[in-house]
Design a protein around this ligand. Structure first.
Ligand code: SF4
Length: 670
């Protein structure tokens, strides 16, 4: 049997074994894995050939007169360190920004944020900002930990699944398959989504609500629960605080009143509330349909309100499950690669940074850092002069890509390390070739908090090096960072920095991983969080009032556009679009438009249409479908040929700074 490693795609974190022959590679799911029990989706089985693409970056590159030329590692590191050092000395440490990556390991994310903070800035962020920063902040506020409360395996004990804002069978197919299996046994399924996703076909109740009306819908469900006395009074009395103010708020949201906002018939809300409140345990699963709004943090807190109201926290089969998009969103956030959080979610302004200063031998900075989008705005304004990006492609993935482009073009120095020459890397001054996750060791933490070891299966191509080695070499020369000998060396420091990781070692987490917290109190890890108490004492109800999305339709921009992923591709397509099987299945960008809308506008299947927002415009093929309601357009964001994020404006959740990707007013021009 070959080494067991972890799928490089979604946050489910399926375990796999690569069986390698002379000229072949066979991928099988690891049958003893509690995550995937031997199963994989198409990305796991067939999505790894990008690793051998001839387009892999193999040597360090420097741009001269608009062209890249190969240079040595010594030159690349020397130039990078000298540029970053000069800029820091000339303009101050906050003139440099660092972007980490949820595709990289915990060790690499830990080092990247440490480097930023040793340079003296909290300008460190990564793509979790654009997917689950509301989860980190919202759940810390309400239950004290920004993480899934249960395990994937524990969903076998669930009686009612409430799936809201996650197209689970496409984005997290193994978890989606688990839900289908349980529902086929007779369990309840409530699906809330603006699109008729696959799970809607199996649902006992399908709530096809208007984009951006999540708070109204959730308040309405809670209104019915409270009105009918279906709340869990024992749990509320013994484990929570703030119930009376929640009760007062949700009393205003009767399903009848809310019908005008959500578009859902009161009867359906009643049936959903009855199942969620009475047929327990209930598990609530959500993803970016909840978070990518200007009310993203409020949406998350309202999901938490519902779970606390019905006592669905701390028991097998119940819980809150934020499904993470990339394989290490949970881990990279745990590691503190976010501007407001140090490792273990210690806030930059908490006055509790002594442990980090002691471990790093340098005072931890206490000034506020910039979020991902703020970095590019600051660069466009000339305040940020250099950005160091690891494994991210913001020119495709960030909102308002025009601002990202203006910011990048205004920099004095852009340093990018990646496995391919991405669109963003093409704008860099220095590009450093990185090893893929199949070519290095380290750990990933999946969507259920499971810390899993990945093994080096292949050698990196050419002179490509693991990201941890690259950061360490830059850090060593720039700020005297430790000369780590291996990822394991870094992992033991993580254990000293984050108590929830303190009991994990490479040997005790292999092969099936362990769920944090792993520490002296929980040496074997913790499958179910909050079973006796919350880290903040009592769970807090934080009532939320409905507010409309930032953008509204009008006579001119009469459609709502929402963005997301499809089954075959992943994020900016850097990996999946270099994998033949996946690219063959989904080779080009498309906009889903409702059948009646297409008829009204005389748009045929595959016809090129223009989708224009108040911020930009793209040309794209139409895909006519009855899966989405009239007045809505869905566009996946994987495709550089039609960058949908050009249409997304600079509307941010004021709490988490996540952009509102899910509600954009557009017009459709045949
Ligand atoms: Fe990989 Fe996610 Fe598919 Fe599992 S469900 S094989 S982790 S893409």
């Amino acid at each position: 049997m070959g080494d067991i490693t972890v799928c490089p795609y979604c946050g489910t974190g399926c375990q796999m074994i690569l069986e390698i022959g002379e000229s072949s590679q066979r991928v099988v799911g690891y049958s003893r894995s509690p995550v995937n029990s031997g199963k994989l989706c198409i990305k796991g089985y067939s999505g790894l050939t990008y690793n051998f693409s001839s387009e892999r970056l193999k040597y360090p590159l420097m741009k001269e007169n608009g062209e890249f030329r190969q240079i040595s590692w010594e030159q690349a590191l020397e130039i990078s360190v000298s540029k970053l050092g000069d800029i820091s000395r000339k303009y101050g440490p906050d003139s440099i920004a660092f972007q980490s990556s949820a595709k990289c390991t915990n060790e690499e994310n830990y080092l990247m944020q440490k480097l930023a903070r040793m340079v003296g800035t909290n300008n460190i962020d990564h793509c979790a900002r654009s997917c689950h920063s509301p989860t980190a902040i919202g759940l810390i506020n309400t239950i004290g930990a920004g993480a899934a409360t249960g395990s994937i395996a524990s969903l076998e004990d669930t009686e009612t699944f409430f799936v809201i804002g996650t197209n689970t069978t496409e984005q997290h197919p193994i978890i989606g398959a688990k839900i289908i299996k349980e529902v086929k046994k007779g369990k309840n399924l409530v699906v809330a989504d603006p699109r008729r996703i696959q799970l809607a076909g199996l649902a006992s109740v399908f709530l096809q609500f208007r984009p951006g009306s999540d708070v109204a819908l959730l308040n309405s469900i809670m209104n019915v629960i409270v009105e009918n006395g279906w709340e869990d009074a024992d749990f509320i009395n013994s484990r929570t605080e703030g119930f009376s103010s929640l009760k007062k708020t949700v009393s205003k949201y009767s399903p009848k009143v809310m019908e005008g906002i959500t578009g859902i018939e009161p009867e359906k809300v009643y049936r959903a509330a009855e199942m969620i409140g009475n047929a327990k345990p209930t598990a609530i699963l959500y993803a970016m349909g909840i978070t990518q709004h200007i009310h993203g943090t409020e949406n998350v807190m309202n999901v938490s309100n519902l779970a606390l109201l019905t006592g669905n926290v701390g028991k097998r089969g119940s819980g809150i499950f934020p499904l993470r998009g990339q394989n290490n969103v949970q881990g990279s956030s745990d590691m503190g690669a976010l501007s407001e959080f140090y490792p273990g979610y210690v806030r930059y302004d908490s006055g509790k940074l002594n442990n980090f200063s002691r471990i790093w031998g340098k005072e931890a900075p206490t000034q506020k850092g910039l979020s991902l989008s703020e970095m590019f705005e600051a660069a466009a304004e000339g305040k940020v002069k250099a950005i160091y990006i690891m494994g991210e492609n913001p020119l495709i993935t960030e909102a308002s890509t025009q601002t990202v482009e203006r910011g990048i073009d205004n920099l004095e120095f852009l340093l990018v390390q990646d496995i391919f020459m991405t669109m963003t890397a093409g704008h860099a001054d220095i590009v450093l070739p990185a090893a893929s996750s199949l070519e290095k060791e380290g750990t990933f933490t999946n969507t259920e908090r499971r810390i899993q070891l990945i093994k080096r299966i292949y050698s990196p191509p050419g002179e490509a090096r693991p990201d941890w080695w690259i950061i360490k070499e830059i850090g060593r020369r720039l700020v005297g960072m430790d000369d780590y000998s291996s990822p394991e060396d870094i992992f033991s420091e993580i254990g000293r920095a984050i108590y929830n990781y303190s009991g994990a070692t490479y040997s005790n987490i292999y092969p099936i991983g362990k769920q944090w917290p792993i520490n002296t109190d929980n040496p074997d890890g913790t499958e179910i969080l909050h079973s006796k108490s919350f880290p903040i004492g009592r769970g807090k109800f934080i009532p939320v009032e409905y507010g409309p999305p930032a953008e509204q339709t009008d006579d001119e921009y009469d459609f709502i556009m929402t963005t997301g992923r499809n089954y075959f591709h992943f994020h900016s397509g850097t990996m999946s679009r270099r994998t033949d099987i996946l690219e063959r299945e989904s080779p080009e960008p498309y906009a889903e438009i409702n059948t009646n809308d297409s008829r009204r506008l005389n748009i045929k299947e595959r016809q090129i249409i223009t989708v224009e927002s108040r911020h930009g415009s793209i040309k794209i093929r139409a895909k006519v479908t009855s899966k989405i309601p009239e007045g809505i357009v869905f566009i996946p964001f994987h495709f550089s040929e039609a960058r949908v994020n050009e249409l997304v404006g600079e509307n941010y959740d004021p709490i988490s700074k996540i952009p509102e990707f899910k509600v954009v007013a557009v017009k459709v021009i045949p």
